[in-house]
Design a protein around this ligand. Structure first.
Ligand code: GLN
Length: 467
């Protein structure tokens, strides 16, 4: 199959049509249905798009992504296609416009092959919260792929599409990338338009990319970044692609991450060994302290549930999708539709968010968490003044078995190393780092100063060289 964009381009050059490539992918998807990565395959529209792309290739007018097969997380809108956020509450709902990021890929002649399973409203770390069943990890079907963009990760890992879109509010691109051996980028907050991404926690949400190749990831960012009139938070600062980086990097490591008691011994050994290799290759390793690790997950869950409780108020049984058939009157339409339409984890988040915002508790929780967020941002910016990138594990462990983690707090702690970049808005990437003796992959994470994604890609290349 096709691991990378250049593999697609080679195939086109050697005489294959975009339609052939679509058909090969449709067969691969059908043969891998057991993974439950796709909620819907857009067979008809993908073929139609392929025929248009083949025409353009003939005319010499094809875009940079001609024939590239894209999968989209089921919280990204694609006009005329269903979107459900893997929730019952949106059943039957069809997008009436296309997300800006997706539109920019389509404008370069990408082909959208289908929508990908995820945790309901992107809330989860294992993809077990989908109303349509869990996604299975393609490395070992007894294991979860990570979440919430589990379908997006597995689809790229199993080569059911060339690249995919996910969303990352607290790690939902990087964590499943780590657990499926793929590359996952969370751009700087504001780098990409959120228009057409179903909101979970708006001040954290960012669309991100899964690829098998660093260059592909960088290309997707270049194509999709840029101001969008429909998202006031989107940045107009151009994506840089500097060629002036010094050959030797200053790599910051946070000692609290490295000595974290939850960190798997093999992941830790691999980190230490890699740091030694980086040092011998002439890079500078700077050990730093960041004694706030245990505030991250609590601050994240106070703030994101608060925002979610507001964002999800629109799903009321009237405006969108599902409406309870047994409800009588307005009040009951709201309460029954929401109780029947939302899954348990989403309900837990809405209730937590409503609680932290309620009069009497607001200052103790919401205001406090905002202060913590400010402090984390200031400290992180300071650390990044004395190094190029911060290097840390993406995840404390490899993937766990399906149904193995039942305690929600235990599940939330999976995000210990990833929520940092969402709290502070910094760009971060997870790249494949190794394979554990249990046969499962794990990633390593890099974080950079705001809008310095090009530095992330550069540093990732340097680490790949060492590996
Ligand atoms: N696991 C985190 C959560 O459930 C992150 C989710 C995400 O990034 N969308 O909130």
């Amino acid at each position: 199959m096709y691991r990378t964009i250049s593999a697609i381009q080679d195939a086109l050059r050697s005489g294959k049509s975009a339609l052939d490539i679509v058909e090969e992918h449709l067969s691969a998807i059908a043969a891998n249905q057991h993974l439950n990565a796709f909620l819907e395959v857009f067979e008809q529209t993908a073929k139609e798009q392929a025929i248009r792309v083949d025409e353009k290739i003939k005319n010499g007018t094809a875009g940079k992504l001609a024939g590239v097969i894209v999968g989209i997380k089921d919280n990204i809108c694609y006009k005329g296609h269903k979107v459900s956020a893997a929730s019952k509450i949106l059943s039957g709902f069809e997008s009436i416009y296309t997300a800006t990021v997706l539109q920019r890929l389509l404008d370069e002649d990408a082909i959208v092959i289908g929508r990908l399973n995820c945790d309901e409203f992107a809330m989860g770390s294992s993809n077990e919260n989908s109303a349509f069943g869990p996604v299975l990890n393609n490395w070992n079907n007894q294991y979860v792929p990570g979440g919430s963009s589990g379908g997006s990760a597995v689809a790229v890992a199993a080569q059911l599409c060339t690249v995919s879109l996910g969303s990352d509010t607290g790690g939902s691109v990087r964590q499943p990338a780590s657990w499926t051996g793929t590359i996952g980028l969370k751009p700087t907050y504001g780098r990409l338009s959120r228009y057409g991404l179903i909101a979970y926690a708006s001040s954290f949400d960012q669309i991100g990319f899964f690829t098998n190749d660093l260059k592909d990831n960088q290309l997707l960012l270049e194509i999709t970044a840029g101001h969008d009139q429909y998202d006031a938070t989107s940045s107009s600062v151009p994506v840089r692609n500097r060629s002036t980086f010094s050959d030797k990097l200053k790599i910051g490591i946070l000692s609290e991450c490295l000595t974290h008691p939850g960190l798997d011994q093999q992941i830790k050994d691999k980190l230490i060994q890699t740091l030694d290799h980086l040092k011998s290759a002439g890079h500078q390793i700077i050990e730093m302290s960041f004694p706030y690790l245990e505030y991250m997950v609590p601050a994240y869950y106070v703030l994101t549930t608060a925002e979610a409780s507001s964002n999800l108020a629109r799903f009321d049984g009237v405006h969108y999708g599902y409406r309870s058939s047994s409800a009588k009157g307005v009040e009951e339409t709201y309460t029954k539709s929401r109780s029947e339409g939302f899954g348990l984890e989403v309900q837990r988040r809405i209730m937590t968010g409503t609680f932290v915002l309620s009069q009497g508790y607001y200052d103790a929780y919401y205001t406090k968490a905002q202060q913590v967020r400010r402090m984390l941002k200031d400290h992180t910016s300071n650390l990044l003044k004395s190094c190029d990138v911060l290097l840390m594990p993406t995840t404390p462990t490899t993937a766990f078995e399906l149904n193995a983690v039942k305690d929600p707090i235990q599940m939330y702690l999976q995000d210990i190393f990833t929520v940092h970049a969402n709290l502070t808005g910094n760009p971060a990437i997870s790249i494949p780092f190794g394979v554990h003796s249990n046969g499962l992959p794990f990633g390593v994470q890099l974080m950079a100063q705001d809008l310095e994604e090009d530095l992330l890609f550069y540093a990732s290349t340097k680490i790949q060289e060492i590996l």
